[in-house]
Design a binder for this molecule. Structure first.
Ligand code: PAF
Length: 255
């Protein structure tokens, strides 16, 4: 498994794979890898001959008051996990490699970006399509895998691929949960033991509540400090909640 840091270093790999007509999958990540990410790589390798994984904590998807600086960075452990998972190439670009001429975006978001996350993090999907379009340009994959935990993100990426006519198949991967039903997330690392117990009720409330309103009430009763939203869209019930300083999102099929 090789690690490269710039589009120039990446190119010989993608060129030689293309020449050999190999199918290339791409899994973009921000590192702090857990079993959820590993499941994306496994799924990618079921659909392709080679798998490129990027690790880049993307500044443009964080607002100034958000957790960009605190976001967990565990490169050594990540590389070990990627090796075990069978990734072929790791792309760990510098900020200059991704944003050489500044962070101005050349792509915009489509209808899936409206509402939900955007009501609370207006910068978020703009930053995501900005970085993902650039990563796609560098990696030039045949397919890319995104987790369904960030369900709206998956829909936003599908919009972008369609609008930009990119020849890239987008595959959604099922959410991986711990034994209590908590969706795995790099941000779970922020939770204290009592907060973790509360977090573990999120999926059950989303499953059992009769309506989005009763889900909101049940979440506050379960100990969440704030509910940004509970909503139903794309055949899913989706939520974003706060415990202390940690914001968690989750979703499940609905009805
Ligand atoms: O889901 C993530 O980890 C990020 O939003 C992504 C897709 C890697 C873009 O920075």
């Amino acid at each position: 498994m090789k690690t490269v840091r710039s589009p120039k270093e990446l190119k010989p790999y993608s060129d030689s794979w293309r020449l050999k007509k190999l199918r290339v999958a791409f899994v973009p990540t921000m590192g702090a890898l857990h079993d959820g990410h590993i499941s994306l790589i496994k799924l990618a390798l079921e659909h392709a001959d080679k798998c490129v994984v990027s690790i880049f904590v993307n500044p443009t998807q964080f607002a100034p008051h958000e957790d960009f600086d605190a976001y967990p960075r565990t490169p050594e452990q990540d590389l070990e996990k990627l090796k075990q998972a069978g990734a072929n190439l790791v792309y760990m670009p510098t900020e200059a490699a991704i944003y050489p001429g500044g962070t101005q975006s050349r792509v915009s978001t489509g209808p899936a970006a409206e509402g939900l996350e955007s009501d609370f993090r207006p910068h978020f999907f703009g930053g995501i399509v900005n970085v993902v379009a650039r990563l796609f340009d560098h990696v030039r994959p045949d397919l890319a895998v995104f987790g369904e935990k960030d369900f709206q993100q998956l829909m936003v990426i599908k919009d972008m691929v369609e609008a930009e006519h990119l020849p890239i198949e987008i595959i959604g991967a099922p959410i991986i949960r711990d034994e209590y039903g908590l969706a795995l997330s790099s941000r779970n690392a922020y939770l204290s033991a009592p907060e973790l117990e509360i977090a573990r009720t999120l999926n059950r409330v989303l499953k059992e509540a009769d309506s989005t309103k009763s889900a909101e009430t049940a979440l506050l009763e379960a100990g969440f400090d704030k509910v940004d939203y509970v909503a139903e869209r794309w055949g899913r019930r989706l939520a974003a909640v706060w415990i202390g300083k940690t914001r968690l999102i989750d979703n499940r099929p609905y009805p």
